[in-house]
Design a binder for this molecule. Structure first.
Ligand SMILES: Nc1nc2c([nH]c(=O)n2[C@H]2C[C@H](O)[C@@H](COP(=O)(O)OP(=O)(O)OP(=O)(O)O)O2)c(=O)[nH]1
Length: 131
């Protein structure tokens, strides 16, 4: 099982979503940006590294949502979502085809990577029923 961390980066009530590069696996589908954990790496360390590499943003993860396990043809992933605060940087796309800042209620309209669907649902529930 491949462990993947993904970031739900919030800013001004919106969350950052990114479109996978067209020639990658799940190309053209939308995701929460992130990537695979390196051996011995925590999800928190992984997501800080990946978001700096892919988007030139500085973030700090502060909570985890429920991981989603998904079986793709030929591979299984465990996708670990992390709620993150944005600290700085100037957004640049080094790997993605596009990105946008969306309100929670705008998320369901996107063509998501299948593994993300339960995460989107949990996030919308959480933001509609804040603690
Ligand atoms: N970063 C990220 N990856 C996701 C999400 N949802 C989802 O199914 N994935 C999948 C796509 C990839 O198979 C894997 C993450 O791989 P990656 O982005 O680090 O690297 P990659 O495209 O080079 O991986 P590969 O599948 O081509 O081997 O997890 C998501 O929300 N964020």
């Amino acid at each position: 099982m491949t462990e993947v961390a993904c970031a739900l980066i919030e800013h001004n009530g919106r969350v950052l979503v990114a479109q996978r590069g067209l020639h990658k696996s799940e190309g053209g589908l939308w995701e929460f940006p992130g990537g695979k954990l390196e051996p011995g790496e925590s999800p928190e360390a992984c997501i800080v590294r990946e978001i700096a590499e892919e988007l030139s943003l500085q973030i700090s993860p502060y909570a985890r949502l429920a991981p989603a396990i998904h079986v793709y043809p030929g591979k299984s992933i465990r996708l670990i979502p992390l709620l993150c605060r944005l600290h700085g940087g100037k957004l640049q796309l080094h790997e993605h085809a596009a990105c946008q800042w969306l309100l929670p209620q705008e998320l369901p309209a996107l063509a998501w990577c299948p593994a993300d669907v339960p995460i989107v649902e949990e996030y919308i529930r959480m933001r509609h029923n804040p603690q």
